[in-house]
Design a protein around this ligand. Structure first.
Ligand code: BYC
Length: 331
């Protein structure tokens, strides 16, 4: 995917047993790995893959909600949604910067996305049909994101873990604004309550899919947990999310679209039905309801933004020349 040259020509080979053992010792001792530290090629590659996918998810994730900025039901709602979508753009930037510390350029990551080779979260390939979807995204999608990202705050790679700490603070606000939208709708007219229920029906299963394939089918989990990039398995985080979210839905007076959902006293958690994994993989492979639309929008936005990039570069070059001239004059 990314050229080896860019992802660390200096990296030790994974066959160097002594090096691998010493590296694992640092991980086991909970030391943070920093950009200039030696690291196995596989560790670097896994981080570039995960962090760049995460950054792309934030940026593509602006699209379903951006769809409602002009139609938010009040000025207050519009301002909050605008701020949330801007935060997501900011999260993308922190994450691209964290990935850049591993030797891959932002242009290269972006090219991978626009070429359709890089993944982003499956959740953003579903449409936002009503205002209640904005509530459901905040409550469920940001709720799922936080569950996953709180664990990533303790990721062994320093720049990623530090970016996650900042991002999680903002995600908490996003989750609350979403839940509050749902609360208002659920306590509103019959029609508003139906809208809230319909949004939950459509977003529940895709939100559970955000955590990735089941542990048995997760290609990367074992190694990522050994390197403490991931702290919990996909199924473990999914279960924590279900346990935290179901009581919140019941408080809203809404029904979950899963007849298999029930409290299990023995495991002190909820049992839930089987995820439609065919749907998950279809969406991940590009055949979800909105995949083509999302990519077409990203490509158009990138092309439309060319003059902004050119102007920014011209300004930066002019400033650099002016600073240099002032320096020479002062000598
Ligand atoms: N969608 O071995 P696995 C947000 C891929 S955005 C698409 O378990 P891993 C927000 C996976 O990449 C939230 N693809 O992988 C923004 C792998 O494919 P590759 C985004 C998925 O990496 C705006 C393959 O399936 N959060 O917060 O160990 C508004 C096998 O999976 C998905 C992050 O990105 C999926 N759902 O675990 C609101 C968190 N799941 O790479 C909110 C950071 C799996 O081999 N990422 N795949 O081609 C992670 O924590 C992990 O990458 C995952 C997957 C848990 C997602």
């Amino acid at each position: 995917m990314y050229s080896q040259g860019l992802i660390g020509a200096d990296t030790q080979t994974d066959e160097d047993e002594t090096f691998l053992a010493a590296f694992q010792k640092r991980i086991d001792a909970e030391e943070k790995i920093e950009p200039n530290d030696p690291m196995p090629a596989g560790y670097r590659k896994t981080l570039v893959r995960q962090i760049s996918q995460h950054a792309h998810s934030e940026v593509v994730g602006m699209l379903p909600e951006g769809n409602w900025i002009t139609r938010a039901p009040s000025l207050k709602r519009k301002a909050a949604l605008l701020a949330k979508v801007q935060d997501e753009g900011g999260h993308g930037l922190y994450l691209y910067s964290a990935a850049e510390t591993l030797g891959v350029s932002r242009d290269e990551m972006n090219a991978e996305l626009l070429a359709g080779r890089a993944k982003y979260s499956s959740i953003f390939n579903y449409p936002t049909l009503t205002w209640a979807d904005i509530g459901a995204i905040g409550w469920l999608v940001d709720g799922a994101a936080i569950m996953n990202q709180i664990a990533l705050c303790r990721c062994s790679y320093g720049p990623y873990s530090r970016a996650m700490i900042r991002i999680c603070k903002e995600e908490s606000f996003h989750q609350r604004q979403g839940y509050e939208i749902m609360l208002v709708l659920a306590r509103g007219t019959e029609e508003q309550k139906e809208m809230a229920q319909d949004a939950l029906n459509r977003w529940w299963w895709p939100s559970l899919m955000m955590f990735g394939p089941s542990d048995a089918d997760s290609a990367h989990s074992d190694q990522s947990m050994k390197w403490k990039i991931k702290r919990f398995s996909n199924d473990n985080l999914r279960q924590k999310f279900v346990n935290a979210t179901v009581p919140q839905g019941h408080f809203l007076g809404l029904e979950f679209p899963d007849p298999g959902l029930k409290w299990n006293e023995e495991k002190q958690g909820y049992d839930f039905g089987e995820i439609d994994w065919d749907e998950f993989w279809r969406v991940v492979k590009g055949d979800g309801p909105m995949n083509r639309d999302r990519m077409a929008t990203r490509r158009k936005d990138w092309a439309d933004g060319e003059w902004v990039r050119e102007a920014a570069m011209a300004y930066a070059e002019k400033r650099k020349a002016r600073t240099q001239a002032a320096k020479i004059a002062a000598e």
